[in-house]
Design a protein around this ligand. Structure first.
Ligand code: HEM
Length: 195
């Protein structure tokens, strides 16, 4: 057998974040489906509260000047305003902006943002479910709608930026901690809001 011409490429950082958080993702996915958020407008209103808490808590990270230097275009990716618009569309009260997430180290932000941006991929499935409630990109489900350039392209660009960062081993670990904390935050928000 011939030796490969070059070693197999290392998995990128986002691939590693995915591997490290797979179990957390699957548990959140099961939890969300289990609370049947698309069964009725009332349950969807609760789901919007979860989304408001999650994306609202990340608003400060998306707007952070330093992070926007590291990840150009980050501020424009936030879905918080779209969540607020969805609440207004449905005549629901719009809660105040939640307290920003507390990070133990700056590199944890990368894991939180990975979790939030990756959730756009699964949102394709959620977005289709909102149609049975008569909602869509123009009303009530704006924050789940695909980016005009498509979800895949937007995700690839984000992955490219995150993967290209040079991090120390400690920062790599902190990024994973951030992703795990983000999934845990989401999970506890679902439990809290759906009861
Ligand atoms: C019922 C709820 C959910 C379902 C059915 C779901 C489903 C999916 C699916 C099918 C993918 C892969 C898409 C692809 O590769 O094209 C994905 C990716 C992802 N989802 Fe979810 N998801 C759900 C909820 C969430 C939530 C609530 C979060 C975050 C809080 C989340 C975070 C992610 C992340 C980070 C990825 C990217 C994984 C990667 O490729 O690195 N998901 N999801």
């Amino acid at each position: 057998m011939n030796a490969p011409a070059s070693p197999a490429p290392e998995p990128g950082r986002c691939q590693r974040l995915k591997a490290a958080s797979r179990r957390e993702h699957d548990s959140v996915d099961t939890l969300v489906l289990g609370v049947r958020p698309f069964e009725s407008r009332e349950r969807y209103a609760l789901f919007l509260q979860v989304q408001h808490r999650f994306h609202g808590s990340l608003q400060a990270l998306y707007g952070d000047v330093q992070l926007n230097r590291t990840l150009p275009g980050l501020a424009a990716l936030s879905r918080f305003e779209a969540v607020q618009a969805d609440l207004r569309d449905l005549g629901l009260p719009v809660p105040g902006v939640p307290a920003p997430v507390q990070l133990s180290a700056p590199a944890e932000a990368l894991g939180w943002l990975y979790c939030s941006e990756g959730s756009n991929l699964g949102a394709a499935f959620l977005f289709r479910q909102t149609q049975q409630l008569g909602l869509g990109a123009q009303r009530g489900a704006r924050h789940l709608a695909p980016h005009p350039d498509g979800r895949a392209l937007q995700w690839r660009q984000f992955v490219g930026l995150i993967d290209a960062l040079v991090l120390s081993e400690e920062q790599e670990r902190q990024a994973v901690d951030g992703a795990l904390a983000a999934f845990e935050f989401y999970r506890s928000s679902v439990r809290d809001i759906f009861g």
